[in-house]
Design a binder for this molecule. Sequence first.
Ligand SMILES: Cc1ncc(COP(=O)(O)O)c(C=O)c1O
Length: 414
Amino acid sequence: MAAIPSHTNNQASTAAVPNDGNASGRSFGATEIEMLREVLERGTLVSQAGPVVPQLERAFAKWVGAAHCTAVSSGTAALHTAIAAVDPKPGDEIISSPITDMGAVMPILYQGAIPVFADVDPRTCNVTPASIETQITKRTCAIIVTHLFGNPVDMDAVMAIAKKHNLKVIEDAAQGFGATYKDRLVGTLGDIGCFSLQQGKHITCGEGGLVVTNDDKTARFMKLYHDKAWPFGEENPDHEFLALNYRMTELQGAVALAQMGRLDEFVQHRREMAARLTAAIQDIDGLVCPCDAADSTNVHWRYALRVESPLTNADLDRLSSALREMGARTAPRYTQKLAFEYGFIKNRRMFGDSGYPFVGPQRDGATEPLYDRAAFPGAVEGLQRLLCIAMNERFDAATIDRIAATIREVIKSK
Ligand SMILES: Cc1ncc(COP(=O)(O)O)c(C=O)c1O
């Protein structure tokens, strides 16, 4: 297994910036290979019959501090499984974030429910509890909170609102492995927690997801849902309800389980590298570095830098170009669009030309959800000032120092 690079190497380096899209920024080694070999030699690749995916599920549940875990085929599948477990009726509403991955939006529509959006705090781009509360109607059945970039949402306030209105809370912790809120890991604070094992996450098996809960009934539903609602191994099995095949293979499970052995180390390393970058650039007027909110820890899936006055939009673009030129991966303004501005939702490209689930008797005269950027000033401002820098566990001190030097150079030449 390749070691994480030394933190003490301060030498300026011209080495390429590690990229999580390939081996330069990922850490696969002897353990992954050995565990893959064992699976192949056993010849059982399907998780219903193999030992590895169940082992991963037990290990992840223990690590995160949840009673139950089901491994699935992607983070989107994890969210779909969680939303299905909430069991919305057609036309019900689920609150999500306007700044998130479509994995936290599309499955809402697949379940016949309507995504409604809460505004975000422009400083973190995380949904605010106050905005969530303004979006609750008599059709609301659940809230999905995305811990964006690995920075926890204020969960006490979210859970208090959910309790008051009798709503379920799904945490989208796809970017939040290891992030803590009041000493608990995100993903265990709401009713259901969802994680992604896609190529660019804190740990990966290429594609994969994990869904966790403490509730036995919800756990049984989700276990069934990810396997066509077939209670494998139980007496007199039947396909109990409408569901899909979201099973993870033993091959994915082997890689994920091997990666889990290093998860704490990777999370800690990202935090150290982010702290080093912050220390190197935080005195620059106009740059606001990501930090730990009170009582929580940020695990920096992306280093989310905010570019404020006296720096301008043009400066943000110059910073992004210069960092890209030196080989760092940046995303100026992250998703660029708000979730409801994508074609599929704007043009209602779903379920033929029926307009379902927005149009039809299931809405029972309910008003159209508010899909107007003017109603989301926090999200518009937050995105406009955001420069994401992709990080991974193979960043070392020299990489960070080069990034910091590039940033200083751009600001100096202004
Ligand atoms: C916040 C968030 N939610 C959901 C997903 C969906 O995960 P996946 O790509 O594994 O389906 C992702 C990952 O891309 C994500 O970043």
